[in-house]
Structures are given as C-alpha cells and as structure tokens.
Design a protein around this ligand. Structure first.
Ligand code: ARG
Length: 473
C-alpha cells in the first residue's frame, strides 16, 4: 500500500472510510500546481543541503515525467492514491525509487495543499503560466480575468455599433425616460469593471506562499522561503505558519467575488430575456446562441441567459458552503478544510465555460431599433416637460403637479403629449408657450442629458472611450 502514512496503524483503513476520506476525484485538478511546487521544493531542499545535486536532478526529472503523463492523459491512478499529493509521490517513487522519499522532507500536506490551491488560483485568474523556467506550466487558458474582459469588450463593441439608437429606460420595469441603447449596454460594462478591480485587489492576498510552514509550526531545515516563493511566482511569503496552513480567506474572497460577478451577469441576463421576449422584441439572440423546444416548433429560447441567471444560485451557494466550513474551526489545519476545493473548482469551471458563451451571446445579438423606438411612449417626455416649466421659473414641485394634470388630460382625450393641442396645455398652466414643442422630442430629451455619466451621445461616447482605455491596460 503506497499510503503516505500507516506506520502506527495495525489495520488498514475501512474501505468506506477510505472513499469518504479521499479527495483524489476532485483534487486531481491540482496536478500541475502540485508538481510545480514539488520541483521548486526539491531545489530549495538542495539549497538547504538536504538533497545532493544528483538527487535533486533525479527528482526533478521524475516529476517532469509525471507531469508529462498527466498532460498526455495517461497517468494511471491507483486505489491507494488518497489525494493528488499522494498520487504524484507514489508515481515518482515508481519512476525513481527511494530518492522520491526525500522530497517530503520538512514538508506537510498542510502547507503543500495550501500552496497548490494558491498557485492554481493565480494561474486560473491570470492565465499566466510560469515563464522562462523549466518548471511546468498549467494548461493554457486565457484566464478568468481575460474572460471577464471579453464580455466587457462585447458590450463596448455593441454600444459603439448601436450609438444613436433610442430605447425606453425603465424603473420598476415601467417605462421611465428615453435613453440610448448604448447607455444601457454600457451600464453593464461598469459593473464588470468594478469586478475586475475587485479581482485585481485580491491578487496580492492569493499570491502569498505558505510552503515552509510544514504541518503547523514551521520548517526545521533552514529553508530559504523567499527564494522558493520567487521561483514559484509568489509575491510574498506568509508570516505565521499556524495561520498559513489554515487560511482559506483568499478562497472565500474569490468565491464572494464570483458570486457578485454572477449577480451582475444574472441581471444582464434578465434584461436580455425580457427584451428578447415576444412582447418586447427589442433584441434577438443569434441562432447559434439560443435553443429550441422539443414540442413547440416556433420556439427560440434564451437558454444560455436563463442558465446565467440560474447559476447564481450555486455561485452564492459555493461561497456560503465555504464560510460555513471555516466558521468555528480550531487553530491550524483540520480536515474540514478539504471541503474548500469542490466549491472553488465548481465556481472556476462554471465561469470558464459561461463567460465565453455570454461574450458570444452579446456580440451576436441583433437589435431591433424600430421596435425600441416604437416603444417610446409620449409619457416618457413628462419629466422634461416639468423641467421646461422649471426653466420658466416654476418651482419643481409645482411643475410636477402641473405636468401630472397635462398627462391626465392627454389620457382623457386619448392622445399623446405630443398631439395634445397647445390650448389644452395653456388651460392647465399659462406658463406653457409655443416653444413647448421643442421639449416634446425623444432625441432632444436624450441629448439634453450631456452631464458626465448621462445618456447624451457625447456622454456615452466619452464612456466608450474611457472603457476602451481600461480594456487596453
Ligand atoms: N487532501 C487534503 C486537503 O485537501 C490534503 C491535506 C491533508 N492533510 C492532512 N493533514 N491530512 O485538505
């Protein structure tokens, strides 16, 4: 039995206990991080005088072969592989013999797993592999940060292509004021931009190396942790071994980050689902990004958007699951901490598949400008009508009331604000004059909002310019 422990045991573990205890089914995802960490650790052991140069070379060569087996998909797991750390060491032993047994000197799976998870996250977020070294690299993916930016880019591109098109803006999902379609699209860019900032802010806390903390009290072999950290691409080393082996704050933070990102994506999805409905018909999803019904031939369903909305449940659930695991844990490592991984992997892998799909949905979306313009009801001009009176010296509270009466008169005579005769306006208030017609124009209403952050074309163009700069950084 190639277990990492067992000397003090008289019996082998119960089979069901073994399955309950093992994490290999999910932590095999850490193979590249585990092997990278071990290669660097072997070098650190050599520097500390624990491994001779040939021993180190043998171990590194063996680990590279193990990595190659994983990458090629032909690593063969054994029933004794309790977790990824055990599996890698067991295989190294098969390839290189007893020298493999020296690799774990002064190291515990407690500092090892904490290091692996941090490396995994650094790579998953930034998509950067370890460069310029003969140490292995993770599977190349563009990284979650870049995938969020792909969604942002799709939003900005569409905002640019739709510049000038009008739509009703809603509050309480009731028509409120006319806005630019591009303004609505860009509102989601900024939500995601805050997500990018929040992601960047947590990177330094992820990039802190626990290796060298050993089981709980620290390494006894004079390990040069700073050099080891640098070699692995960590910005700092952790300062307290007890804290370091049990700290999962960085995972909780990331899961919160993802839950909030997902909440933003869900709100975008909800808008699009409503706007794609038959009744609204503002947008149409591309055939490649929608699905059909097995019984109703006419249907074209926004499934990817509904999934983006629905997956919010598990993303929030993953955060709550981890916080619940952490609450009340006694000091240092406890096996409860093995429960950090499935929520993390689920969140990472959900985002990796979801974000490119959403970027695809957005960049292939078609906008039905005519329907959006047709949805601009005259009532949407009411605020500007009140502002018109304000400019003529009427206090806003009073002008609000006056315009309310005008709206009612328009409804009574079943005509819109734009067709209501000037005489009726003047019956309600003598402050209305001939030039009121200049207010009663959707485009003029939009262009009047040229404040920073407003919906005027000039303001939205400024947003787009700023967004492009942010995306280039
Ligand atoms: N599979 C374990 C985990 O993910 C590795 C650490 C095991 N440490 C221990 N003391 N049993 O947490």
């Amino acid at each position: 039995m190639a277990k990492l422990w067992g000397g003090r045991f008289e019996k082998s573990p119960d089979e069901q206990l073994w399955r309950f205890n093992a994490s290999i089914d999910f932590d095999r995802r850490l193979y590249a991080a585990d092997i990278t960490g071990s290669i660097a650790y072997a070098r650190a052991l050599e520097r500390a005088g624990i491994l001779a140069a040939e021993e180190r070379a043998d171990i590194v060569e063996g680990l590279m072969s193990v990595l190659a087996e994983f990458e090629a998909g032909d690593f063969v797991f054994q029933p004794s592989d309790e977790d990824i750390h055990t599996a890698v060491e067991r295989r190294l032993h098969e390839l290189k013999g007893d020298v493999a047994g020296k690799l774990h000197t002064g190291r515990s799976r407690n500092d090892q797993v904490a290091t692996d998870v941090r490396l995994y996250m650094m790579w998953k977020i930034s998509g950067q592999e370890l460069q310029g070294r003969d140490t292995p690299a993770t599977e190349s993916e563009s990284g979650i940060r870049a995938l969020v930016q792909e969604v942002q880019r799709a939003l900005v591109n569409q905002a640019e292509s739709q510049l000038g098109a009008l739509m009703p803006g809603y509050t309480h999902l009731q028509p409120a004021q006319p806005i630019l379609v591009s303004h609505w699209l860009m509102s989601f860019f900024w939500m995601l931009q805050r997500d990018i900032e929040r992601l960047d802010a947590q990177l330094p806390r992820i990039s802190s190396m626990p290796l060298g903390s050993a089981a709980l009290a620290g390494n006894t072999f004079g390990l040069d942790r700073a050099t080891l950290a640098e070699e692995l691409g960590f910005e700092t080393v952790t300062q307290n071994s007890l804290d370091a082996v049990a700290d999962r704050d960085f995972i909780a933070e990331f899961l919160f980050w993802a839950a909030l990102l997902q909440t933003h994506l869900s709100r975008l999805a909800e808008d699009l689902i409503i706007y794609a409905s038959g009744e609204f018909g503002f947008v149409e999803l591309d055939d490649a990004f929608s699905t059909g019904s097995s019984i109703m031939p006419q249907k074209k369903n926004p499934d990817p958007l509904e999934l983006a909305r629905g997956k919010t449940g598990r993303m929030i659930g993953n955060l709550v699951a981890l916080l619940t695991v952490l609450k009340g844990l006694p000091s240092a490592y406890d096996k409860d901490l093995q429960e950090d991984k499935e929520p993390l992997f689920d969140t990472v892998e959900t985002l990796e598949i979801e974000l490119p799909v959403l970027a695809g949905v957005i960049s292939t979306l078609s906008f039905r400008s005519k329907r959006m313009e047709a949805a601009l009801q005259d009532d949407l001009l009411a605020t500007d009508l009140a502002d018109y009176l304000v400019r003529r010296g009427v206090p806003f509270r009073e002008s609000h009331h006056i315009v309310g009466r005008v709206v009612r008169r328009a409804a009574e005579s079943a005509c819109g604000l734009r067709n209501l005769p000037l005489s009726v306006y003047r019956e309600v208030s003598a402050h209305f004059a001939e030039d009121v017609s200049t207010v009663l124009d959707f485009r003029a209403v939009v262009e009047r909002r040229a404040v920073i952050g407003g919906t005027a074309t000039s303001s939205v163009t400024a947003q787009i310019t700023q967004a492009r700069e942010l995306l280039q950084q």
